[in-house]
Design a protein around this ligand. Structure first.
Ligand SMILES: [Cu+2]
Length: 142
């Protein structure tokens, strides 16, 4: 039997969504997002040869802007450097439709998040567990 990878992928994504829904339900009531609360360390990183690496520590990503090229899918590798669990997800905009939901990882773990080819524009990335503290923008050009 040969399952198409797209079906497997849908299953994985659905599992992620269900996991996230459970997690988000457990810790709702976060209040409105105030950009001044964002303690991301700042900095801009760029996708090179279809890949970019980001890390998390002290409830922050080590970058809050990711530069990418329109029409080219890329892989974001998240490395979690602290005990708090984190993930990396991409949305059309803050509060908008999910483009890809990353898996939740613990200390010392990594997760590779496959971001599909995007149209030029700005997109929202976030740790779904720490929406008020850990977010940024993917700037897609070209
Ligand atoms: Cu987090």
């Amino acid at each position: 039997m040969n399952l198409p990878t797209s079906a497997l992928r849908r299953g994985a994504i659905l599992t992620s969504i269900l996991t996230l829904a459970a997690v988000l339900a457990a810790c709702s009531g976060g209040g409105s997002a105030d950009p001044s609360d964002d303690n991301s360390a700042g900095g801009t990183i760029a996708v090179i040869d279809g890949a970019v690496a980001i890390s998390s520590d002290d409830l922050a990503f080590d970058a809050n802007v990711i530069m990418a090229t329109a029409g080219e899918a890329f892989t974001v590798t998240l490395t979690n450097n602290e005990a708090n669990p984190h993930n990396f997800s991409v949305y059309v905009e803050e509060g908008g439709e999910a483009i890809v939901l990353g898996g939740i990882i613990g200390e010392g773990e990594t997760d590779e998040v496959e971001v599909p080819a995007l149209e030029p524009g700005e997109y929202f990335f976030v740790c779904d567990l720490h929406r008020d503290e850990m977010s940024g923008t993917i700037v897609v050009e070209g």
